[in-house]
Each structure stands twice: as structure tokens, then as C-alpha cells.
Write a protein that binds this ligand. Sequence first.
Ligand SMILES: [Zn+2]
Length: 112
Amino acid sequence: MGLLKKLASLLGGTGFGGDDDNVHWVYVRCNRCGEVIATRINLANDLSVEYGEDERPRGYYVRKLLTGTGARRCYQQVEVEIEFDASKRPVSQVARGGTLITREEYEAEAGT
Ligand SMILES: [Zn+2]
């Protein structure tokens, strides 16, 4: 387990100058079965633009439906809505059917 974690952090860790800047990770826990689910938002492709009255982008928006692996025989979908500012920084995140959790919480449970 320790080795796997080390390997994962080597492969997925920052520091390689990859495209991590263009990815926003979201972690949720299903309200029905408690399974933790992760998804990544590609900031270059997945966002819808919201235009202000001056017709310039004032922010971005994305909605995603997440489904667990089905390992717990739960097929509830968790809907996540995220708003970003004009610099693509997340300003609000809402989940329906699930609860937003931190990356630490996700990794603590997904690793077991
Ligand atoms: Zn579930």
C-alpha cells in the first residue's frame, strides 16, 4: 500500500510541469451509499463561458454528472455545478445527491 501510494504520487504528482494548471479536480461523496468519487474538469474544454453585459467573458460554468463504480450497487448520480471567475478560479461549487469533500478525504477512503 505504501509503495502504491508512493508510485501514484510520483506519476500524478506535480513538478513535471504537466498540464495540471488546466485541470480542476472535484471530489464528492455519494449521499446514498457513501462511495467517494473523483472527477476532473478540463478547464480548456469543459467550461461554458458566461458573458457579461459588455459581451466579455465574466466567468465560466460547468455541470457534471458523476456516477460511482457500481461496486456498492448504487447508481445514484451526483450532480456537481461549479462556477469560475474570469481567471478560471473556482468561486462556487454545489453538489446534489452528494457532498463535496476534500482531496485528502477522498484519498483516505479511495485508498482502502
Ligand atoms: Zn452511491
